[in-house]
Design a protein around this ligand. Structure first.
Ligand SMILES: *Cc1c(COP(=O)(O)O)cnc(C)c1O
Length: 377
């Protein structure tokens, strides 16, 4: 009965044809189509290298390992994110050390980082929340003062930039997601963009068991014994996923323009509603517009969500603060009051429908429904 879907993908005959072509080829796993995707995605980002993976979570995990994060280390991150940013740190054997966010954007506040640094700190993992980049110049400066690595969770931010800085330009590694609702998708998938050729080599080894040869090498030449020189994981993207992704790269900018226009319409439609606010877009920022979230009174957030859904509006919550999820409370002893801005955002956020092919007339439908619900009629 949903009248206004939260999200719809727009894969079609072009992607079907690309996958059909991949299936005609001899290699279904990581091969030349993945190489081509890695080259084209790196070129889009303006970066030297890309290593394609099966998810952004795996990409974050590998990036941390490749940058030397080890058991017992600490990694500073934000509690206002998808849980994967924090679990990747745990997967690397390290401890997530949260710092509070900027109240007006929800992004990790660079000025809070220094106070959280200890002798165990190895890295800072930032998240470009909803598609708006963090203040990467400030983050890089703190990291350099203390000899820390910087990993960017850019799952929301393929198209974004800020003051001339794009994802991966100042961080040591930028991680992307091609999960079902992301701006290009293979259902599941991810990538790590890096500037260093050494790091790229390390990541390619780590994503495939630390093996010195892969299936494609066997096709290119006679069999040779392979070796395992380090402990690795199994996170390699396959040719079918890469075939799905390649045709979508050309649509990134036009899809971004459509989402940007829809957000402008949302902001105009809600500008006179005092009970609704939303994260600020800072000057100098090209917001990737991955999501449009609004903030309502935390007292009423859950009832507003229920009422919108009764009206047939698809919604989500991105996100409730990670440190207050049960596992993190139980393991690390977090409680309400630890990070007040992240908690306030987590308690007041509602994500509204947004995707490139969303009909523009859905924006006033959603805005009117939200106003009606907030008025209580
Ligand atoms: C989607 C998302 C991830 C995880 O991506 P997967 O590809 O599903 O592993 C990580 N961080 C953020 C901020 C995300 O939105």
């Amino acid at each position: 009965m949903t009248k206004v879907p939260f999200f719809r993908h727009q894969l079609g005959s072009r992607e079907v044809a690309a996958v059909a072509e991949a299936l005609e080829g001899p290699i279904l796993t990581t091969g030349e189509i993945v190489d081509r995707f890695e080259e084209e995605f790196a070129a889009y980002l303006g970066l030297e290298h890309c290593v394609a993976t099966t998810s952004c979570t795996g990409a974050l995990h590998l990036a941390l390992l490749a940058l030397g994060v080890d058991a017992g280390d600490e990694v500073i991150t934000t509690p206002m994110t998808f849980v994967a940013s924090a679990t990747a740190i745990l997967q690397a054997g390290a401890r997530p050390v949260f710092v509070d966010v900027e109240p007006r954007t929800g992004n990790l506040a660079a000025e809070n980082v220094e106070a959280a640094i200890t002798p165990k700190t190895r890295a800072i993992l930032v998240v470009h929340l909803y598609g708006q980049m963090c203040d990467m110049r400030a983050v890089r400066a703190v990291a350099d003062r203390h000899g820390l690595a910087v990993v960017e969770d850019a799952a929301h931010c393929v198209e974004g930039r800020r003051d001339g800085v794009r994802p991966g330009m100042l961080g040591d590694a930028a991680c992307f997601s091609f999960y079902a609702t992301k701006s290009i998708t293979s259902g599941e998938g991810g990538a790590i963009a890096v500037r260093s050729a050494d790091l790229r080599r390390r990541l390619r080894s780590l994503r495939h068991h630390g093996m010195t040869k892969t299936a494609i090498d066997r096709l290119r030449g006679p069999y040779e014994h392979w070796d395992v020189q380090e402990f690795g994981w199994k996170y390699n993207m396959d040719n079918i996923q890469a075939a799905l992704l390649l045709p979508q790269l050309g649509d990134l900018e036009s899809n971004w323009r459509r989402r940007d226009r829809l957000v402008q319409r949302y902001e105009a439609a809600l500008s006179d509603v005092t009970a609704v606010a939303w994260p600020e877009t800072v000057p100098g920022s090209k917001h990737a517009r991955h999501m449009f979230t609004v903030w309502v009174d935390p007292e009423h957030r859950d009832s507003v969500i229920a009422a919108l859904q009764r009206d047939g509006i698809g919604i989500a919550v991105n996100y409730r603060a990670v440190h207050l999820l049960s596992y993190f409370r139980d393991r690390f002893g977090f409680a309400p009051g630890c990070f007040r801005y992240a908690e306030r955002i987590g308690a007041s956020t509602i994500t509204l429908p947004l995707y490139p092919a969303m009909p523009e007339e859905h924006v006033p439908l959603v805005a009117e429904a939200l106003k009606r619900v907030l008025r209580g009629d």
